[in-house]
Design a protein. Structure first.
Length: 167
């Protein structure tokens, strides 16, 4: 980005344009133009705003804005796709330190443990299984009972009647 900024600065100077004049013409602040020319990407909160400023600035200077934006995109690709191992390791260390900081205990804070629902579910399952077993057993035992045989020759009341015949 520094090369691109230096190129824009050289072009501005060769065109005989003062930086304050360019800032007024483009409605961009002087510090923003200075940061673009120095290659200070971190001064901008949004990369898309920076990209727009560079495109507008390149057009203002009479440059091919598409080529300038391609250079900027190349810088962004190189900058974002190549993260050093040291940066990754330092980020991991920061994450571990934050985790340690979060585990500070205070006598005023209460630590909650996650509840385990295994035992209540197991007990409920066993109770349901026992109830089902009892229902099935009752149904089977009541359907397999042998009906009591009734002597078809005996009277309905169960009393035997004796008839005496006299001749």
């Amino acid at each position: 980005m520094k090369e691109l900024g230096a190129y824009l600065k050289r072009t501005r100077i060769s065109n005989g344009v003062n930086i304050t004049e360019a800032a007024e013409d483009l409605d961009i602040s002087v510090p923003e133009l200075e940061n673009i020319e120095s290659g200070n990407v971190k001064a901008f909160k949004d990369v898309y705003d920076l990209k727009d400023y560079i495109k507008i600035y390149a057009k203002y200077l009479g440059l091919d804005s598409e080529k300038v934006i391609d250079e900027f995109n190349g810088f962004l690709f190189d900058h974002t796709s190549k993260i050093s191992l040291d940066d990754i390791k330092s980020a991991q260390k920061k994450d571990k330190e934050e985790v340690k900081v979060n585990k500070i205990k205070s006598p005023y804070t209460k630590e909650y443990k996650e509840k385990s629902y295994v035992l209540p579910v197991l007990i409920t399952g066993i109770v349901i299984a026992i109830i089902l077993f009892l229902i099935i057993y009752y149904i089977i035992s009541s359907s397999n009972t042998i009906p009591t045989r009734v002597n078809e020759l005996s009277p309905v009341g169960g009393e035997e009647l004796y008839y005496e015949f006299t001749y």
